[in-house]
Ligand binder design. Structure first.
Ligand code: S3P
Length: 448
């Protein structure tokens, strides 16, 4: 039997992930914990930073994205303990009290950091802010938040008609609006709720389908005044209520669990138990899609932890079937489409993913990235304007691949490589640290 081989190799300023396994002899087995939910981690840091008093966060994601958020808010006066333990404390500055930073704020690779912060900063009267990010973030559209903020009276300047970072913001008293968002986006919704938190009167956001509702849940638990109308996907915030520091326990990220749910489904004789996974219904589209594909997943030990539903997930290998993924489920599995594409490559039949054009505006153009890289390995994937058509059942051959410096693309390709014949090298794989710093060591431990 050849020895399983999964290793990270550092090459000047990037890392290659090398995977060379004999798939017929490999199984994934064990019980594991996944890192804290990225969306909830950002929101806990942000609300903690604008609260008078102390917030305690347990289980925060200690990844690159939350580090960017923490660094920005430290630059505006919040005292945040080092992100190196399971218990983070924040001494917030209080509502509408962020200090003017003496340097440019750097959101790194994190769209959530930049878009949510824009709502807060635009409503900080009399203060001036500059915000930038890495190459990927500087090419992502900010008009989706800049335009509604401008309708509220915000003063924001940037390249390409104020839609690309770096952005300059002159804080201002804003006017409440009712915004009908053309896209179901939790980042847009949360940006406007944070702007509304600091604005006298009622700010309402209506979205075409329900996006993740972590902001609504956490704002309410910190004491903000919210009205939610599920029938119209609308949420209204009444501005001016100061927040009270809370203890937040961050559940494991279902978007990170998704890699193991798919790996456990496709690698022969696998069985994994993933503990402490957040199963907020606005995020469980992945479980519904894998159920449509006849994956063998059971939800165990359900409970609610600081306002978010949590469970353990058990996955066993099974033969997957193709399915159609479209419509209202898309915002509830938006970040899982790259790894669902990998599942579809190993499913019987042709899987269609539609209504997912938003994927072109993530950390990379994820439709192009995942289709092109899996096709290099021998998959049969056709890019559609708003999705993918995936013919299942092709054999994958190891190949040289690129992560597109997108954490979810890198990890999806690594799972595909487990089932490929021969050696796969994924260039620029260091990017997994954005949301899952221990991804490679976890994979090494699970291979039996
Ligand atoms: C996020 C919302 C989603 C998601 C992103 C995190 C959030 O983006 O893709 O990874 O934390 O609000 P959109 O709201 O732009 O769809």
């Amino acid at each position: 039997m050849s020895f399983p081989f999964v290793t990270l190799k550092t090459i000047s300023n990037h890392q290659d992930l090398i995977i060379d396994l004999q798939s017929s002899e490999l199984a994934l087995q064990g019980t594991l914990k996944i890192p804290g939910d990225k969306s909830i981690s950002h929101r806990a840091l942000i609300l903690g930073a604008i609260t008078q008093g102390e917030t305690i966060i347990e289980g925060l994601l200690l990844g690159e994205d939350p580090r960017s958020t923490a660094a920005c808010f430290r630059g505006m006066g919040a005292e945040i303990s080092p992100l190196n333990s399971d218990r983070i404390t924040i001494k917030g500055v209080g509502l509408a009290n962020l200090q003017e930073p003496i340097d440019v704020l750097d959101a790194g690779n994190s769209g959530t950091t930049m878009r949510l912060m824009l709502g807060l900063l635009a409503s900080h009267r009399g203060r001036f802010f500059c915000i930038t990010g890495d190459n990927s973030l500087r090419s992502r559209p900010m008009s989706r938040v800049v335009e509604p903020l401008q309708k509220m009276g915000a003063k924001i300047w940037g390249r390409n008609n104020n839609s690309l970072a770096p952005l300059a913001i002159q804080g201002h008293n804003l006017t409440p609006i009712h915004y009908h968002s053309p896209i179901a986006s939790a980042q847009v919704k949360s940006c406007l709720l944070l702007a509304g938190l600091m604005t006298e009167g009622k700010t309402t956001v209506t979205e075409p389908a329900l996006s993740r509702d972590h902001s609504e849940r956490m704002l309410q638990s910190f004491g903000a005044t919210l009205e939610i109308d599920p029938s119209t996907h609308s949420v209204t915030i009444t501005g001016g209520t100061p927040l009270t520091g809370q203890k937040v326990v961050v559940p494991g990220d279902i978007s990170s669990a998704a890699f193991w749910l798919v790996a456990g489904s496709i690698v022969p004789q696998s069985e994994l138990v993933i503990e402490n996974v957040g199963i907020n219904p606005t995020r469980t589209g992945i479980l519904e899609a894998l159920a449509m594909m006849e994956a063998d997943i059971t939800i165990e030990n359900q409970r609610v932890v600081t306002g978010e539903p949590v469970a353990d997930l058990r996955v066993k290998q099974s033969s997957l079937k193709a399915c159609v993924i479209e419509g209202e489920i898309i915002p509830r599995l938006i970040d899982e489409i790259p790894i669902l594409t990998v599942a579809a490559v190993f499913a019987q039949g042709t899987t269609i993913i539609k209504d997912a054009a938003e994927l072109r505006f993530k950390e990379s153009n994820r439709l192009t990235a995942i289709a092109s890289q899996l096709n290099r390995m021998g998959a049969k994937i056709t890019e559609l304007p708003d999705g993918l058509e995936i013919v299942g059942g092709t054999l994958l051959i190891g190949h040289e691949l690129d992560s597109y410096t997108d954490h979810r693309i890198a990890m999806s390709l690594a799972i595909a490589a487990l089932m490929a014949k021969g050696l796969t090298t994924i260039h620029r794989a260091q990017v997994v640290a954005v949301s899952y710093p221990k991804f490679v060591t976890t994979l090494q431990h699970l291979i039996k």
